[in-house]
Design a protein. Structure first.
Length: 326
């Protein structure tokens, strides 16, 4: 499987499509009676009314979620190949994306974070262009607007604002215009949102949008460890990928080093942003899939012993299927 996806063969698109729905066998075998799809935050529904909550049947919900994941995987694969983050272009990023997006049952249905991953992949593409651009002001402005759109869909996406300044620290010398432009892009969207609230005499509701930013980061976590055993092979792969990256770090292009540092920060920010959501749900961690998939793809593109990396990947696939069924 891994060896097949190391090559940029169009046949892999068909195999990837079949694989995407193979990873969803468990939920198709035991479909829930009802699946809600909350597409927008309550403060967005105030001025954008899209009645999609009960639009899809459970089967339709899972099917369209699979189609979206497949589309995102192909788009994600193109971004990674265009920026040359792996040794050679192939379909490994797409394969790792689909695998990561199948880890848990909440990942297999339509959710706000699933929609936000389109924006996250778009952001990644723009972040990776910063080092090649003589002026990053407009890029950062665009990223700020993308983050604002993501925040309208899923509030924790707002924490991605931190990525603007972390990325600028990595890629560019200090320029106050570049540092401010991303925030201006973000505020431009919410300025119009605020105006709408003002016209409807609901400015106090607009103020409440920002209250979750004041939430305290939880110091105690209630975790059912059995639900997360599927992450064991993923963590093993992550460690192997980090060791591989460390070995090749100073032999890589400077742009590649900075790209992986940026993706590492994006992975961490995606995890930590959960604290802004009072009714936290597991599908939040779908935001970690794009940066995490790059790291896994990097390991499998550099791994030498075929019997080992193929076996490791099969163990992961079987583990995912087992824990989805039980």
């Amino acid at each position: 499987m891994i060896n097949q996806f190391r090559n940029l063969n169009p046949v892999n698109l068909l195999i990837l499509f079949a694989y995407t729905f193979f990873m969803r066998i468990a939920i198709f075998a035991d479909l829930p009676e009802h699946l809600n799809f909350e597409f927008l935050e309550p403060y967005t529904k105030f001025f954008v009314k899209i009645p999609v909550q009960d639009f899809f049947s459970p089967a339709g919900n899972v099917f369209f979620a699979g189609i979206i994941i497949y589309g995102q995987a192909v788009l994600f694969n193109r971004v990674i190949n265009n920026h040359g983050l792996l040794n050679k272009p192939g379909f490994l990023p797409a394969l790792m994306y689909v695998t990561g997006a199948s880890l848990f049952m909440p990942f297999l249905v339509l959710s706000p974070t699933l929609i936000c991953n389109f924006l996250l992949i778009w952001m990644m593409d723009k972040f990776l262009k910063i080092g090649k651009s003589p002026n990053a002001i407009m890029i950062m402005f665009d990223i700020g607007m993308i983050i604002a759109l993501g925040t309208l869909i899923y509030f924790p996406f707002i924490v991605m604002l931190v990525m603007i300044w972390l990325t600028l620290l990595l890629y560019r010398s200090f320029n106050w215009r570049e540092w401010v432009s991303g925030l201006v892009g973000f505020l431009t969207i919410f300025f119009f949102v605020g105006v709408f609230y003002y016209w409807n005499d609901s400015l106090s509701m607009f103020y409440k949008i920002w209250l979750p930013l004041g939430n305290k980061f939880p110091s105690v976590f209630k975790i059912k460890y059995n639900d997360y055993l599927v992450l064991v092979p993923v963590l093993v792969m992550m460690v192997l990928a980090i060791l591989q990256l460390r070995e090749n770090f100073f032999r890589s292009f400077i742009s590649t080093r900075k790209a992986f540092q940026m993706l590492f920060f994006m992975f961490i920010v995606s995890i930590l942003s959960f604290y802004t959501k009072p009714d936290f749900r597991l599908y939040h961690f779908l935001l970690c899939v794009p940066p995490g998939a790059v790291l896994l793809a990097y390991y499998f593109s550099n791994a030498k012993r075929r019997w080992f990396y193929e076996s490791l990947f099969l163990i992961l696939v079987f583990a995912i299927q087992y824990f989805l069924f039980v």
